[in-house]
Each structure stands twice: as structure tokens, then as C-alpha cells.
Design a protein. Structure first.
Length: 282
């Protein structure tokens, strides 16, 4: 055998390589005696090459809803304590600026914890058909948090600055940094390298990302309406129900992860395009 295929992106690398030259994932040689073309089994969710908006809309919904229970478990263990704390804090204390900043910081920390674990779990399901445990997913993702957090903060700062200067540059930067999360989790390099890599990967595809993102945002918003409607109905009738507010917030947090799944699908679709349209699992 003269080459090794990457489990994550499907790119073919030299047998002596330790990491994939395309995505930076650690390489493992197929078992002795196995056929290289059959070393990786077909996935329950196949991500197609990303050429148009339609190439990522369907796979995003499929990956999200087929793994909804897995996503729910991963999100719940982090956001449930946070939503309880947030609801009780806002009820018992005056909502001053320090409290709001603290809650925002905790929310960003929750997101940084969830993203690597969610990516790992979904890729494992796609590669093996078997979902990892929640503990395994979070254990794998811990080392990814520092670079992911720094990369996310840098991208947000640039997007905000672009928006303040003129709305259009902010939108363009938001699309350019759409795959910052998966790049930070799966590839090597510094936070600056992550931003450069995301900017390069999304070149020529930003309009498609915008169109697909618009559709997914509408569906996500519609899916969140039942929870928001229930909370609004209670408020209109002057009914204060902390438990329902907590449940509604957790539900909204779970639905919001469809955007995280979308970024993963876009990233894997781009890698498939760059890798000669191979399946990431074949």
C-alpha cells in the first residue's frame, strides 16, 4: 500500500504521513489485508460536495433530525444548569450590566464546550454508525476549547468591526468565517491560521452559504416558535412560571444547534469538493 485515506475528509495521503495534509486529522492505516476502497464503511449520512446551496440544506436537516436525541443529550448536560442559573438569577436579582455580562460569558463558555463534543459525536456517527457516549464526546473536545474560543472571539470582533464600519463588510466576514468552528476543532494551526483557512475555504461559496443559511434560519425560527409562544402566552396572562421558562430555553438552545450542524456540513462538503468528490467515509 502506498497511501492512506483520511477518515475525516477522505483525502489520500502518503503512507508515511502522520496527519492529513488537507484537514490535519490524525491518520490511521487500514488494517492489514483490507481492501483500501472498503476500509471505511458507508455512512448513515453522506455529505455531498458543496457546489450549490441545495447541496448543504438537505444534509443539514437530515444530520440534525436523524441525530436529534444525540444532540439533545450533548446540549442538555451543559445548558440545563446554565438555564436554571440564568432564570433564577434574573428573577432574584436586578438585571444590571455586570450580571448580563456574566451571563453572556457563561453562554459563550457553554457554546465552546458543546461545539467540539457535538462535532466529534456527529462525525463518529457518520464514520461508524455508532454514537459515542456523552462522556467520551466531552472528553475528546476538552483540548479543543482554548483554540476554538480564541478563534471565535477573533472572528466575532472582526465581524462586529465590519458591521460598524458598514453592514455589508460585516455580512461578508460573517460568511467568510462560517467554518471557523470546524476548522478550529479538526485542523492544526493557530487561531489566526483558523481565520485564514476559513476565509480561503469559503471563497467562491459565500453566496451559497448565505442562501442556505437563510433557509435554515427560517426553519430553525419556526421550530422555536412553540416554546416562544408558550412563554409569551404566560407573560400576557401575568403568569410567572420559572420551570416552563427553563424548559423553553433549553428547547430553544437545542434547536439553535442546527446552525452548528450547518457549519459542519458546509465544512465537510467543501473538503469533499477539494478532495476530488470522495465520500468522507468511503
Amino acid at each position: 500500500m502506498t497511501n492512506v485515506k483520511c477518515n475525516l475528509c477522505g483525502a489520500v495521503n502518503n503512507v508515511a504521513a502522520e496527519v492529513c495534509t488537507v484537514c490535519g486529522a490524525e491518520l490511521q492505516s487500514p488494517p492489514l489485508g483490507s481492501d483500501d476502497q472498503n476500509a471505511f464503511r458507508p455512512s448513515v449520512n453522506v455529505i455531498p460536495p458543496f457546489d450549490t446551496a441545495g447541496d448543504v440544506i438537505g444534509p443539514t436537516f437530515s444530520l440534525f433530525f436523524k441525530n436529534l436525541w444525540l444532540i439533545t443529550k450533548i446540549v442538555f448536560v451543559i445548558v440545563a444548569p446554565f438555564e436554571v442559573f440564568k432564570t433564577l438569577s434574573l428573577r432574584s436579582m436586578e438585571a444590571d450590566s455586570q450580571l448580563m455580562v456574566g451571563i453572556m460569558a457563561l453562554q459563550l463558555l457553554c457554546n465552546a464546550l458543546i461545539v467540539p463534543a457535538l462535532f466529534y459525536s456527529l462525525v463518529q456517527v457518520m464514520e461508524t454508525g455508532i454514537a459515542p457516549s456523552v462522556n467520551e464526546a466531552y472528553r475528546w473536545g476538552l483540548s479543543k476549547i482554548p483554540k476554538l474560543s480564541l478563534s471565535a472571539v477573533l472572528s466575532w470582533i472582526l465581524i462586529v468591526l465590519g458591521t460598524l464600519l458598514c453592514i455589508i463588510p460585516g455580512i461578508i466576514l460573517g460568511l467568510a468565517f462560517h467554518v471557523v468552528y470546524p476548522v478550529a476543532v479538526f485542523e492544526q494551526g493557530s487561531a489566526v491560521d483558523v481565520l485564514k483557512r476559513s476565509y480561503k475555504l469559503t471563497e467562491g461559496r459565500r453566496l451559497s452559504i448565505f442562501l442556505a443559511g437563510f433557509v435554515i434560519a427560517i426553519v430553525g425560527g419556526l421550530a422555536s416558535l412553540p416554546a416562544q409562544g408558550a412563554v409569551a402566552a404566560l407573560a400576557m396572562n401575568n403568569i410567572d412560571s420559572a420551570p416552563l421558562l427553563i424548559v423553553a430555553s433549553i428547547y430553544t438552545d437545542i434547536v439553535a444547534e442546527i446552525s452548528t450542524v450547518f457549519s459542519l456540513v458546509v465544512y465537510l462538503g467543501i473538503l469533499r469538493t477539494l478532495g476530488g468528490r470522495r465520500s468522507i467515509l468511503e
